[in-house]
Write a protein that binds this ligand. Structure first.
Ligand code: ZN
Ligand code: ZN
Length: 420
């Protein structure tokens, strides 16, 4: 894969934050003058949240509303709240967010919570709380997964995340290392980040267009612990980089993003898959995941660590055992290149080819926004309360692409694109 690396520039920490905030608002969201913005952020991301607020108003935002979360307060619930608490969720808040999106607001999430926050808590409570939140959040999340509005996710370093990633280092050293990694992999440490992002977006669009022209029917994965065939949904569409949301605004939903992705067929997955990286899921770690698929459904699953959480996740609903996304990422992506494990899906999913359990993106099916849930299901698009990406790619993964006539072409070798 060809990768341009424009000259690194010397910016002060404040200037780097401003560049990240500018990319988030202009490239990630494409925020329009007069648009409202709803931001969610960990309280430890306050410096970036404020820069983003400033950039949003400079871009003409009519109102920026930020909802802060606090890791310590989250833990207090697990330590102190009565048992019934774990079936509760702030439905009124999620309904309010959905109302904001419907009235034209954009959505920006700052990620950065501790990846290990809930790792010592009772998995049963964690599972119940996650399920309650998923149910309450669904109406708002659907507007996001259907891309009806412009939205994006961007990362801020936080002390807890940094010490989870760099446990050997002093807290301030770890914190600075994490910021460096975020700026580098988010393509901020270049002379002109906005232009670099436009070029990168064009490259991802080109690759998605190549795959859409090919109209492959099935992908065959082979690697350590993996021999797996995955059918693609009827009328699937590959996407990468930016997307034009239903409100007409062009946005890039993930910063960083390195993937091209589409909707697999929920009934056409066969064989065994071994995860190539640990999965950080809602504050817990799931490591050494191995599953076996039959007719699209996971019939056997095991994790060496976090197996309880994995089993509960798979039992969320019928669709939780089936796949809703397949994504291809070259092993030479800047994130894989960093050699770091971020314990954060936004980064780790862009370091390796991955698949996602659960909900499919209807935008990855041709005219999917116009189809009913039944029509989408008939084409193979999966339906679930969850959408959880997990990494299966590495420098040892080969992927063949198979046409509907049965012709086989090499697509990736040793984790790199062959032709695309
Ligand atoms: Zn993905
Ligand atoms: Zn995903």
């Amino acid at each position: 894969m060809k990768r341009d690396e424009p000259a690194k520039t010397q910016r002060t920490p404040e200037e780097r934050l401003d560049e990240l905030a500018k990319v988030a608002i202009r490239i990630g969201l494409g925020l329009k003058a007069g648009q409202e913005l709803v931001v969610t952020a960990p309280i430890d991301a306050l410096p970036l949240a404020r820069r983003i607020t400033a950039q949003a108003y400079l871009a003409g935002a009519s109102l920026v509303t930020t909802l802060y979360s606090d890791d310590e307060a989250t833990l207090m619930r697990y330590r102190l709240a009565p048992d019934a608490s774990f079936d509760c969720a702030s439905k009124w808040l999620y309904d309010g967010m959905a109302a904001a999106y419907k009235s034209g607001a954009a959505r920006l999430a700052i990620t950065g919570a501790s990846p290990l926050l809930l790792s010592q808590e009772d998995p049963e409570k964690v599972g119940r709380a996650n399920k309650a939140a998923s149910i309450a959040y669904r109406p708002a999340l659907e507007l996001i997964t259907r891309h009806e509005i412009n939205w994006t996710i961007v990362a801020s370093a936080t002390p807890a995340w940094a010490s989870a990633m760099f446990p050997e280092d002093q807290p301030d050293v770890a914190f600075n290392k994490l910021w460096d990694a975020i700026f580098q992999t988010s393509r901020i440490d270049v002379a002109d980040p906005v232009t670099a992002w436009k070029e990168h977006d064009a490259e991802l669009q080109r690759r998605a267009a190549f795959l859409n022209e090919k109209r492959y029917s099935t992908l065959h994965y082979r690697g350590p612990g993996t021999d797996f065939r995955l059918g693609l949904a009827d009328d699937h569409l590959w996407m990468g980089g930016g997307t034009r949301a239903g409100n007409g605004i062009y946005c890039i939903p993930n910063l960083p993003t390195e993937e091209v992705f589409t909707t697999p067929h929920k009934d056409r997955a066969e064989g065994v898959v071994t995860a190539s990286k640990p999965l950080s899921y809602q504050g817990t770690m799931i490591e050494g995941i191995r599953v076996r698929f039959e007719a699209g459904r996971i019939v056997e699953a095991h994790a060496d660590r976090g197996n309880d959480v994995l089993q509960r996740l798979l039992d969320t609903d019928e669709g939780a055992r089936r796949l809703g996304e397949v994504a291809l990422v070259p092993h030479s992506s800047p994130i894989a290149h960093s050699g770091l494990l971020f314990f954060n899906t936004l980064f780790d999913e862009n370091a390796a080819s991955h698949i996602a359990l659960g909900q499919a993106y209807s935008t990855c099916v041709r005219d999917g926004e116009k189809l009913t849930p039944e029509q989408l299901a008939a084409k193979g698009a999966n339906d679930s309360l969850i959408h959880v990406d997990w990494m299966i790619g590495s420098g040892k993964l080969d992927i063949d692409a198979i046409s509907s006539e049965g012709a086989v072409e090499p697509l990736m070798r040793q984790g790199e694109w062959v032709n695309a």
